[in-house]
Design a protein around this ligand. Structure first.
Ligand SMILES: [Zn+2]
Length: 259
């Protein structure tokens, strides 16, 4: 056994949250395509000041060099690749950014990488940074997350019997993964009525790139309807995944959970 030999890895990562450790250190929770979700400590604020002059901040994209420690991994070098600093200029944008980071965090309970998640989160944060509407960005990201998790929102036909749905408001049942027809509704659990225009927007958002989706006109009423509906479905999926993944948590998660 090569005792004393530590593995060092480099990661192109998104900072999803930080917390203080003692007086001078911070623990960062990061997410990258290669490493999945991981935690690393930055000892002393000065050491993690980026060569470009920025800081390691939640919602920024960074390149870090990490030395694997016995209990905690240590960030030995950091460089801010994209600070996405304009997200912090506006409260609505900031909340949307934090929501995106929180979703990345909650859909990776086992710590493993979720294919496509890093790219989607970066698109969403870049969209916010470029001034796209926080509501559009959040809804687009929710739809993308559902797709990446293999739980595409079923809005094309009944999620239970696959019958086509008439062009009228339909019942959205999170437990069924989407809309259900009148016949299936009694066994579909709780949910809410979704308007026809909300269905159309959701359908479009499933395949649209963010800039296309951001160009869709969504008034305040429709925005809150979509926020409520997609929020319900996402929470349902996240909670279900959380329950199953806790049962089969790899070692890395045990460490994440223990800190
Ligand atoms: Zn049905």
């Amino acid at each position: 056994v090569s005792a004393g030999r530590t593995r060092t890895y480099r990661a192109d990562a998104l900072v999803i949250r930080r917390r203080h450790l003692g007086e001078a250190d911070s623990i960062f929770v990061l997410y990258s395509d290669d490493e999945g979700k991981f935690e690393a400590v930055a000892k002393g604020v000065r050491k993690v000041r980026s060569r470009k002059g920025g800081h390691l901040e939640p919602l920024s994209r960074v390149e870090v060099l990490v030395a694997q420690g016995r209990s905690l991994d240590i960030i030995t070098q950091a460089q801010v690749v994209e600070p996405f600093s304009r997200i912090r200029d506006d409260l609505d944008r900031l909340y949307a950014g934090l929501y995106i980071a929180e979703l990345v965090d909650s859909v990776t309970p086992g710590g493993g990488a979720q294919r496509g998640l890093f790219a989607a989160a970066l698109s969403a944060l870049a969209g916010l940074d470029n001034g796209l509407s926080p509501g559009h960005v959040s809804r687009w990201f929710e739809l993308r997350v559902l797709t990446l998790l293999g739980h595409d929102l079923q809005v094309g036909g009944c999620a239970s019997c696959a019958r086509p749905l008439p062009a009228e408001p339909a019942f959205l049942a999170p437990a069924m993964g989407g809309l259900v027809c009148r016949l299936c509704r009694p066994g579909a659990g709780s949910g809410l009525e979704l308007s026809l225009r909300a269905m159309k927007v959701a359908r479009f958002g499933q395949t649209a790139a963010l800039p296309e989706f951001a160009a869709v006109r969504i008034d305040a009423e429709l925005q809150s309807e979509l926020a409520r509906a997609l929020g319900l479905v996402v929470r349902h999926v996240v909670e279900r995944d959380l329950r199953t993944s806790r049962l089969a948590a790899p070692a890395k998660t045990a460490r994440l959970a223990a800190t």
